[in-house]
Design a protein around this ligand. Structure first.
Ligand code: GTP
Ligand code: SPV
Ligand code: MN
Length: 608
C-alpha cells in the first residue's frame, strides 16, 4: 500500500491513462483525505484489518487465525433490490424486471451525493480481475472505495493487486466501479464502526460498463466485482460477445468408477448454491469437489461443449444453517482463518456463532447487534443474512482445476428454487429449449439475502431476477439462440430441482445437503443413459426405485413419493401464474418459442 498526501503527487502503479484520469476526477469530486493504490499484499491486508480493529469495525477473533468479526449498521444488512438500477440509454433495454433511471439523470443525482462524500476518509483504488488472469480474454475492473471493509473483502473475493496492475497497461479495457459508503467526516468528527447512508443507490450503466454504488457497505451492494460486475455488467458483455454470466455454482462429481462430470446449478440467493458446491456425498464412493459457489461464466469451447469458469476467488456464504453436519467443508474452510464474519454472533472465547453451527447454543453470546444474548433471548443471535467471507483455496473440497482459465465442460445444469409445494425434487427437461422454458419460469420464496419481505413466492428466471443487466425477454432469446447454434448432443442436460418441498406438517420432505448427491447421481445416470425415468407433463422424474436411497435416514423413504409427485391441479394453477409472469414481459420481447412451450405444457396437463 503506497500512501500519498494528494492526488497531484501520486505515483500510481499503472500508466493506464483512463484509470489515472478517472481516479483524479473521482478524487476531486469526493474529496478524500488521501488516495491509496492497493497492491493486494499480505502486509496491506494486515494494515487494513489492524485499522478496522482500531476503528471498532472489526473485532479480532482469538479462536480463528487472522479472522475478524464485524457487525453492520442494522439497516445495512442485505442487497437493496428496490435501490438497484439498470441505467441503459433506452428504458426498454432494462426490461420489466429492473428499476430504470435515465443514465444522465442518474449521474446528475448521484454526482451530488458523491460530492465531498469521502471527506476525512481514504480513497482506495483496487485493480481486480474476474476469472483467471491468464484467461484468453481477462475481464478487469477497478474499484474505487472509501471503505477498508470493502478493500479487505475484495482481496478475498477477487484476484487483485500487483499482478493485476501489471496487466492493466495501456488501453486495456476495464469496468469502472465507484463505491462510497456516503458518510463524509468533518474535521475532528469521530467515525462510527459501520459508516453508511440512509440513501442508497446501486446503479449500473451497461453502455459505458460502469457501476456507481453509494450509501451501503454491505456484500452485493459494495463488493462491486461480485453481483454488479460479474452478473449485471457481465450479462451484458455475454449478450454482446456470445456467452452467459450466470448465478450458478460449479461442482465436479466423480463416480465410484472414476467417471468425472462437471455440473452447474442456479438457485436464487440463500437457496443452497454454496452448500451444494461443497457437498459432502452421502453415497459411498461418490466424490464431490468445489469449483465455484455463486457465479459461473459460461462459454462454448472449440470442441462445442459449454465450459464454466468461476470468476471469484472466495466464498461470501450464508452463515446460519452452516454446521459440521450440513456443510463440513465450509466449517473446515473458515477454521483455517483469513476470514471476515459479518453480522454473526460472537462468543465469549473469541469465536463466532450462528443458528445451526452447533445443536445447542452457547450460554452467552454477543449477538449481531452487539447486545448480550442467551438461549432465552427471543431474537436470533446471528442475522439471517449473516455471512462468512473466506478464500476458496482454503476449502478442503476445492478442485485443482478451479483456477483453469478455460473452465470445465458442463454435463448438466440444474435450476432450483425454494418451493413448499408443486415443484418436485427433480425433473429432467425434454431438451435444451424446454429446459430454457422451465428456467424462464423458475420461482422461489424470497429470502433474507435481499431487503424486504421473506417467504413470498416470485418468479426468479434462471435465479437471475435481481442480477440481469438487460431485458429479460432478450436474455431468454440469448439462451435459446446459444442452444440452437450448438450441437444438441454436446449441450448440458437441464434439470429442475427443489430441495425445499414441505409436507402437510410443514417439514421438509427431503433431507437435502449431502443427500442431494442422490439426485445428482440419478441425473448423471440419465446422461449416461442408464437410469430409469417416468414421463410427466413437466419432464422426466425418477421411477420409484431409480434414486439410490442406500443409507437414507429413516422416514425419508416414505416421504419420497410426495417429494417427487407432479400434481396436475397444482401445475394447472402454476401455468396460470406463469401466464401472469409472461404477460409482464410484453413489448414483443418474450420469444415466441417460450409461448409455444407454455401452450405445449398446458396441453400435456390437459391430456395427462
Ligand atoms: P447466496 O449466497 O445468498 O446466493 O445463497 P446460496 O444459494 O449460496 O445458499 P446457501 O447454500 O448458503 O444456503 C442458504 C440456506 O439454505 C442456508 O441456511 C442453508 O443451510 C440452507 N440449505 C442449503 N441447502 C439446503 C438443502 O439441501 N436443504 C435444506 N433444507 N436447506 C438447505
Ligand atoms: C446473494 O444475495 O446472492 C449473495 C450475497 O450472494 S450478496 O453478495 O450480497 O449478493
Ligand atoms: Mn452462497
Amino acid at each position: 500500500m503506497t500512501e500519498h498526501s494528494g492526488i497531484g503527487t501520486i505515483q500510481p502503479p499503472t500508466d493506464h491513462a483512463d484509470i489515472l484520469t478517472w481516479v483524479a476526477e473521482v478524487a476531486e469530486l469526493t474529496a478524500p483525505e488521501r488516495v491509496v493504490f492497493c497492491d493486494g499484499s499480505g502486509a496491506e491486508w494486515d494494515r487494513l484489518t489492524a485499522l478496522l480493529v482500531e476503528k471498532g469495525t472489526f473485532v479480532a477473533l482469538s479462536a480463528k487465525p487472522n479472522s475478524f468479526w464485524c457487525a453492520s449498521d442494522p439497516e445495512d444488512v442485505a442487497r437493496v433490490e428496490d435501490r438497484t438500477f439498470i441505467c441503459s440509454h433506452d428504458r426498454a433495454d432494462a426490461g420489466p424486471t429492473n428499476n430504470w433511471v435515465d443514465p444522465l439523470d442518474m449521474r446528475t443525482v448521484m454526482t451530488e451525493h458523491y460530492r465531498g462524500a469521502m471527506s476525512g476518509r481514504t480513497m482506495y483504488v483496487i485493480a481486480f480481475c474476474m476469472g483467471p488472469l491468464d484467461a484468453a480474454d481477462p475481464k478487469f475492473g477497478v474499484q474505487i472505495t472509501d471503505s477498508e471493509y470493502v478493500a479487505a473483502s475484495m482481496r478475498v473475493m477477487t484476484r487483485s493487486g500487483a499482478p493485476v496492475w501489471a496487466k492493466l497497461t495501456g488501453g486495456t479495457e476495464f469496468v469502472k466501479c465507484l463505491h462510497s459508503v456516503g458518510a463524509p467526516l468533518a474535521p475532528g468528527q469521530a467515525d462510527v464502526p459501520w459508516p453508511c447512508d440512509k440513501t442508497k443507490y446501486i446503479a449500473h450503466f451497461p453502455q459505458t460498463r460502469t457501476i456507481w454504488s453509494y450509501g451501503s457497505g454491505y456484500g452485493g451492494n459494495a463488493l462491486l466485482g461480485k453481483k454488479c460486475f460479474a452478473l449485471r455488467i457481465a450479462s451484458v458483455l455475454g449478450r454482446d460477445e456470445g456467452w452467459l454470466a450466470e448465478h450458478m455454482l460449479i461442482l465436479k462429481l466423480t463416480s465410484p468408477q472414476g467417471r468425472t462430470h462437471y455440473v452447474a446449478a442456479a438457485f436464487p440467493s440463500s437457496c443452497g448454491k454454496t452448500n451444494l458446491a461443497m457437498l459432502e456425498s452421502a453415497l459411498p464412493g461418490w466424490w464431490a469437489e468445489t469449483i465455484g459457489d455463486d457465479i459461473a461464466w459460461l462459454r462454448f469451447g472449440a470442441d462445442g461443449r459449454l465450459y464454466a469458469v468461476n470468476p471469484e476467488t472466495g466464498f461470501f456464504g450464508v452463515a446460519p444453517g452452516t454446521g459440521a453436519k450440513t456443510n463440513p467443508n465450509a466449517i473446515a474452510t473458515i477454521a483455517r482463518g483469513n476470514s471476515i464474519f459479518t453480522n454473526t454472533a460472537r462468543t465469549d472465547d473469541g469465536d463466532v456463532w450462528w443458528e445451526g453451527l452447533t445443536d445447542a447454543p452457547p450460554a452467552h453470546l454477543i449477538d449481531w447487534r452487539g447486545q448480550d444474548w442467551t438461549p432465552d433471548s427471543d431474537s436470533p443471535a446471528a442475522h439471517p443474512n449473516s455471512r462468512y467471507c473466506t478464500p476458496i483455496e482454503q476449502c478442503p473440497s476445492v478442485a485443482p482445476e478451479w483456477n483453469d482459465p478455460t473452465g470445465v465442460p458442463l454435463s448438466a445444469i440444474f435450476f432450483g428454487g425454494r418451493r413448499a409445494n408443486t415443484v418436485p425434487l427433480v425433473a429432467e427437461s425434454f431438451d435444451w429449449a424446454h429446459g430454457v422454458f422451465t428456467a424462464s419460469v423458475l420461482s422461489s420464496e424470497t429470502t433474507a439475502a435481499a431487503a424486504g419481505r421473506v417467504g413470498v413466492v416470485r418468479r426468479d428466471p434462471m435465479a437471475m431476477l435481481p442480477f440481469l443487466g438487460y431485458h429479460i425477454g432478450d436474455y431468454f432469446a440469448h439462451w435459446l439462440r446459444l442452444g440452437a447454434a450448438a450441437d444438441p448432443a454436446k449441450l448440458p442436460k437441464i434439470f429442475q430441482v427443489n430441495w425445499f418441498r414441505r409436507g402437510a406438517d410443514g417439514k421438509f420432505l427431503w433431507p437435502g445437503f449431502g443427500d442431494n448427491v442422490r439426485v445428482l447421481k440419478w441425473a448423471l445416470e440419465r446422461i449416461d443413459g442408464t437410469a430409469a425415468a417416468e414421463w410427466t407433463p413437466i419432464g422426466h422424474i425418477p421411477t420409484a426405485d431409480a434414486l439410490d436411497l442406500d443409507g437414507l435416514a429413516a422416514g425419508y423413504r416414505d416421504l419420497l413419493p410426495a417429494a417427487l409427485a407432479v400434481d396436475i391441479e397444482e401445475w394447472v394453477a402454476e401455468t396460470r401464474s406463469i401466464d401472469e409472469w409472461y404477460a409482464t414481459i410484453g413489448g414483443n420481447r418474450l420469444p415466441e418459442h417460450l409461448r409455444e412451450q407454455l401452450a405445449a405444457l398446458k396441453l400435456r396437463l390437459v391430456q395427462a
